[in-house]
Write a protein that binds this ligand. Structure first.
Ligand code: SF4
Ligand code: SF4
Length: 318
C-alpha cells in the first residue's frame, strides 16, 4: 500500500477535513526532496504543519523556523539560555516557579542540538520523502476511532504523554519518534495563538510503521462500527423532556420495561438475540413463523442494542 492509498483510507473512513501531514526530520547530508519549497518567511513548526495540511510541501532549515523553542526541541539549533532555564515561562505567566518550569523542561522529549538539519512537512499523499511521523488534525470522535483501530490489532490501550506545552514539536514529533508509539496533543499556547487550529480540533501523531496497520483496522471498523456510531443507533427516542421515573401506585415498583416486537416486520434472523447482552430475547415459532420474542423482559436494561441492530426496525422499547 502506498502513502496515497493510506491517506485516502484515513480521509474516507474518518471523514477528515484536513490532509494528514507527513513530517520528516532531515538527517545530516540528506538532499532536499523535489517539489518541496522553503517558505518565503520563517514559520513556527506548528504553523508549518497547518500550511502543509492545506496542500503545501515545505523544507524548513533552522533559518526558516520562527520559534526558537521548537527549533531547539527538534534538535535543529542550540536552545537559547533564556528558554533553557525556563525563565520565559514565568514572564509569560504560564508557570508559577522556576523549579516547576525546569521540571516541565526536563520531562519533555527533545532531540540533541545538531541531530537534524531541517524539517520537511507535506500532505501525506504528496510527500516526496519517507515520513518519520504523520500528523492528523482531528475531532475527538475521529481520534477515538484511531485509538480503537490501534487497539483492534493489539488489544492494548494507548499511553499518551502530553502537557499543553511544546505541543507540535515535543509531543507530535520527538515523543512518537523516540517511543515508536502514537501520541496526542491538544495544542499549546504558541500553537493556538499563532495558527488557525480550531478550538474543537486536536492533533494526533502516528509513527510511520504504525500507519498502515491502523489504516487496515480502520477499514474493518468502517464496515459497521463507525457508521453505526455516527448514526447514533442506540439513541433513545425522547430525550428533550424526560420527566420522572414512574412507579406503580399499588406496589411502588418502578422501571418495568416493555419490549414490542412487530411480528409482521420480524424476519426471525436472530440478530437481536445474538446482540442482546442480557439474553432477554429468543427466536421461536409463533403463528407458524419464526419470530423474535421477549422471554425475560425483566432482565432488559434498555440499552437499545437490539433496536439499533434490527435490520427490520421491528423492535421498540418503552
Ligand atoms: S433482529 Fe429484528 S428481524 Fe431479526 S429476529 Fe430480531 S426483531 Fe426479528
Ligand atoms: S434493550 Fe438491550 S437488554 Fe433490552 S432486550 Fe434490547 S438488547 Fe436486550
Amino acid at each position: 500500500m502506498n502513502y496515497q492509498e493510506i491517506a485516502q483510507i484515513y480521509k474516507e473512513t474518518l471523514g477528515l477535513r484536513w490532509d494528514p501531514v507527513a513530517v520528516r526530520m532531515m538527517r545530516p547530508g540528506e538532499k532536499v526532496p523535489p517539489d518541496t519549497v522553503e517558505p518565503p518567511q520563517p514559520l513556527r513548526h506548528c504553523q508549518s504543519i497547518l500550511v502543509a495540511r492545506r496542500g503545501n510541501s515545505l523544507y524548513l532549515p533552522p533559518r526558516s523556523h520562527a520559534c526558537p523553542d521548537g527549533a531547539g526541541i527538534l534538535g535543529l539549533v542550540e536552545m537559547s539560555p533564556k528558554l533553557r532555564s525556563g525563565e520565559l515561562y514565568l514572564l509569560f505567566k504560564k508557570l508559577p516557579t522556576l523549579e516547576i518550569a525546569q521540571k516541565m523542561i526536563s520531562t519533555r522529549q527533545e532531540f540533541a542540538p545538531g541531530s537534524y538539519e531541517a524539517t520537511l512537512v507535506a500532505p501525506l499523499a504528496k510527500a516526496q520523502f519517507e515520513p518519520d511521523v504523520v500528523v492528523f488534525t482531528l475531532y475527538p470522535e475521529q481520534a477515538m476511532w484511531v485509538c480503537c483501530a490501534q487497539t483492534y490489532q493489539s488489544g492494548e490501550r494507548q499511553n499518551f504523554r502530553t502537557s499543553g506545552f511544546n505541543s507540535t514539536c515535543a509531543d507530535l514529533v520527538v515523543q512518537p519518534m523516540k517511543t515508536g508509539e502514537m501520541n496526542i496533543t491538544f495544542g499549546c499556547y504558541g500553537a493556538r495563538a499563532s495558527s488557525e487550529i480550531n478550538d474543537f480540533e486536536l492533533y494526533l501523531s502516528i509513527p510511520t510503521p504504525l500507519l498502515e496497520p491502523i489504516a487496515q483496522s480502520l477499514l474493518k471498523l468502517g464496515q459497521k462500527s463507525i457508521p453505526e456510531e455516527r448514526r447514533k443507533i442506540y439513541l433513545q427516542p425522547v430525550m428533550d423532556k424526560i420527566g420522572n421515573r414512574r412507579s406503580s401506585p399499588k406496589t411502588g415498583e418502578s422501571g418495568q420495561v416493555r419490549i414490542y416486537i412487530d411480528q409482521q416486520q420480524c424476519k426471525g434472523d436472530g440478530l437481536c438475540v445474538a446482540f442482546c447482552p442480557s439474553s432477554v430475547l429468543q427466536v421461536a415459532e409463533k403463528d407458524g413463523r419464526q419470530v423474535a420474542q421477549a422471554i425475560k423482559p425483566e432482565l432488559c436494561s434498555m440499552c437499545y442494542t437490539c433496536v439499533g441492530q434490527c435490520p427490520q426496525k421491528a423492535i421498540q422499547i418503552s
